[in-house]
Design a protein around this ligand. Structure first.
Ligand code: ADP
Length: 662
């Protein structure tokens, strides 16, 4: 076994690999960009090496710097994590040429699955069912339209180099084919530098079911059962589970065999995933699934399979890479219980889930295992106080639950999600919690269209409770501070608690500006319109009693913002008259500057428009991703220095707000 490995990645997956390596007595080396110098993965590793500036092309995609770091630190092997260089055959070759071990498949196996069209042709000849369609070399528009007619509408056009749902177009009828083809080709060229497409049958009520496989050097291949990843938003996975609801023994067997066959056909080694699409319109059937693609790496969602098999996939990866045989046969493997994973992201559901940035002023998870199996496991590469930057994937955490059965696990998921507290950046938490309570999902009636169909309902935000502003006002007024110390100043401050006091505060929230006028007498609080509450606070826990109806919630004050956490929702109030805090990274209080070079894709505001803190002002397209830049504070747009379609440089001032803070 290796004594030291380097992890060529960042964030939660790096931390996750470190935890297993440490348990196995293997030392770890992290790499980091300038943006990550203080990141958790750097702190957790035994050693860390700076590999470059924040831009991924100069750091986490800089294979040479990474291999140098491994050689310099005496690491014997490189774990690529997922994303970045994990599926780059040239990198694997360079690693091997440097005399190091790549913890993953051989370069030719990655190549064989790299392009969707070649992969499909290869799988077809290996006898693996493939979605009916055309995946040949001819790219003439009329020819492809003719293929689409033969396949039968609706069809799906896919960029052959595509990934992450990019370059994919659903075409319902022949009239729309030409323009959809053009736009898929354009996106393919723009995102992957490859315009070639394939055309395939669009599967009705599609479910995404994938098989986890493992292969060792001796040619022994097993499957570790399936995961269902049908809960997707624009072809991106949101919640995954294992096993798949409604899966029969017979279908699992046929699908498992097909996955093993696929891995064998390309001489695979290590952990891999074969993604299938299944037609769920008549229930899951052994003749109703087809190969989509293979991911030649460890997947983001691997923890759900770890939960139901009781295995540590990173340990298996390390053992296989070190030349050990798989320690089990197919017959030894079985499924225990049911598991879910929800992907918690800094993203803004209100702007179509654009990635968001910001400092995690407050981040509190329910008690859970970290990077290790448990009924509740939370894998997160960030801590409270860390900043989600526009440079990388804005994932905050993976919330993973394991229950006796599906119902039990889903309860655990809903529970866990409603106990997460995050303030400082917008997230998809409310959306995930709503999804975990969705009726159809509860019943296991899922397909890839579920989220799209019910999006409005899933994005519903409950109104802030009436007592919210009262609690916020009292926190700003420091009305809960009791005279604990012997310091006489403490006593004077706390004195107000014991006699009646008046409190007048102006607050801002999503509902706009409101004046809060309170009469406070001990724990009793009366509002101007006559509502009375008994409010007590213990640490961050608040209890509110309104005429005998008692509610508990949690609340924190961070500088000039108070955040209330109720049932997985966060409600925030700020004081408009207080000085606006200058945001750490790139957003001044009066101006919004470009955090990186990019293209202004959309402009949401015009001159003279009033905006609230956090409103999306524009969308910057940079590094193949879209970033929403939002208002640093409440105010009025005074200046717009850019137009949609314009290229901007790092640091350019894009929008200025009126400087009058009034
Ligand atoms: P990408 O590599 O961009 O992620 P995939 O080929 O893996 O693209 O497909 C992504 C998602 O698109 C699948 O999970 C599924 O939801 C949907 N999809 C793909 N192929 C089809 C198809 N033939 N019919 C219906 N939906 C499909």
């Amino acid at each position: 076994m290796f004594t030291k490995i380097l992890i060529a990645n960042r964030g939660e997956i790096t931390c996750r690999v470190i935890v297993t390596a440490r348990r196995m007595g293997i030392k770890t080396v992290a790499v980091y960009s300038d943006a990550d110098a203080g990141a958790l993965h750097v702190q957790m590793a035994d050693e860390a090496v700076r590999i470059g500036p924040p831009a991924v092309a100069e750091s986490y995609l800089n294979g040479t710097a990474i291999i140098d770091a491994a050689l310099k630190t005496g690491a014997q092997a490189i774990h690529p994590g997922y994303g970045f260089l994990s599926e780059n055959p040239e990198f694997v070759e360079a690693v091997e040429k440097a005399g190091l071990v790549f913890i993953g498949p051989p370069p030719d196996a990655i190549r064989a699955m790299g392009l969707k069209d070649f992969a499909k042709a290869r799988m077809e000849s290996a006898g693996v069912p493939v979605v009916p369609g055309y995946h040949g070399p001819v790219q003439d528009a009329d020819f492809l339209a003719e293929q689409a007619r033969k396949i039968g509408y609706p069809v799906l056009i896919k960029a052959r180099a595509g990934g992450g749902g990019k370059g994919m177009r659903l075409v319902e009828k022949p009239d729309d084919f030409a323009s959809a083809l053009e736009s898929a080709q354009r996106e393919g060229t723009k995102s992957f530098g490859d315009a070639a497409v394939l055309v395939e049958k669009y599967v009705a009520s599609p479910r995404h079911i994938e098989m986890q496989i493992f292969a060792d050097n001796a040619g022994h291949v097993v499957h570790l059962f399936e995961r269902d990843c049908s809960l997707q938003r624009r072809h991106q996975k949101v919640i995954e589970e294992a096993p798949a609801p409604g899966m029969t023994q017979e279908m699992r067997h046929v699908m498992g065999e097909a996955a093993i066959e696929a891995a064998r056909a390309i001489g695979y080694r290590g952990a891999g995933t074969i993604e299938f699409i299944a037609d769920s319109s008549r229930g899951l059937r052994p003749d109703g699934f087809w190969f989509m693609e293979m991911n030649t790496r460890l997947q983001v969602e691997h923890p759900v399979s770890e939960a139901i098999t009781g295995l540590d996939f990173v340990e298996l990866q390390l053992r296989v890479a070190a030349g050990e045989p798989l320690p089990f046969t197919q017959q030894d493997l079985s499924i225990t219980g049911h598991a879910f994973e929800a992907r918690l992201y800094a993203e803004d559901p209100a702007t179509g889930f654009l990635p968001a940035t910001g400092k995690l002023d407050h981040l509190k998870f329910p008690e859970a295992a970290k990077f290790e199996q448990a009924s509740l496991r939370i894998d997160s590469g960030v801590r409270a106080g860390d900043t989600i930057t526009p440079w990388y994937d804005p994932m905050i955490a993976k919330v993973i639950v394991h229950g006796q059965d599906r119902e039990d696990a889903l309860h655990k998921l809903a529970d866990a999600l409603t106990s997460v507290e995050i303030a400082g950046t917008v997230t998809n938490l409310t959306f995930l919690a709503a999804l975990s309570r969705h009726d159809g999902f509860r019943r296991g009636q899922i397909d890839t269209g579920l989220i799209g169909r019910d999006l409005t309902q899933l994005l519903e935000q409950p109104p802030a409770p009436a007592f919210g502003a009262v609690v916020a006002a009292m926190m700003f007024g420091e009305m809960f501070d009791s005279p604990t110390g012997r310091d006489p100043f403490d006593l004077t401050k706390g004195f107000r608690l014991w006699g009646p006091a008046e409190l007048h505060v102006t607050l801002n929230s999503v509902n706009g500006r409101e004046a809060v006028d309170l009469m406070i007498n001990g724990a009793m609080v009366e509002t101007a319109d006559g509502a009375t509450y008994r409010i007590t606070k213990n640490g961050d826990d608040i209890t509110i009693d309104e005429n005998g109806y008692r509610q508990r919630l949690r609340a924190v004050r961070i500088d000039e913002a108070v955040h209330l956490f109720i049932d997985g929702h966060v409600f925030s109030w700020t004081r408009p008259d207080a000085l606006t805090r200058i945001d750490e990274t790139h957003v001044g209080s009066d101006t919004v500057a470009a955090p990186m070079p990019g293209l202004v894709a959309k402009l949401f505001v015009s001159r003279g428009q009033a905006v609230s803190k956090g409103d999306a002002l524009l969308v910057l397209e940079a590094m193949k991703m879209e970033h929403a830049l939002s208002a640093p504070r409440d105010g009025v747009v005074q200046e717009i220095n850019v137009a949609a379609g314009q290229q901007v440089a790092h640091g350019d001032t894009l929008i200025a707000l009126e400087t009058d803070h009034g």
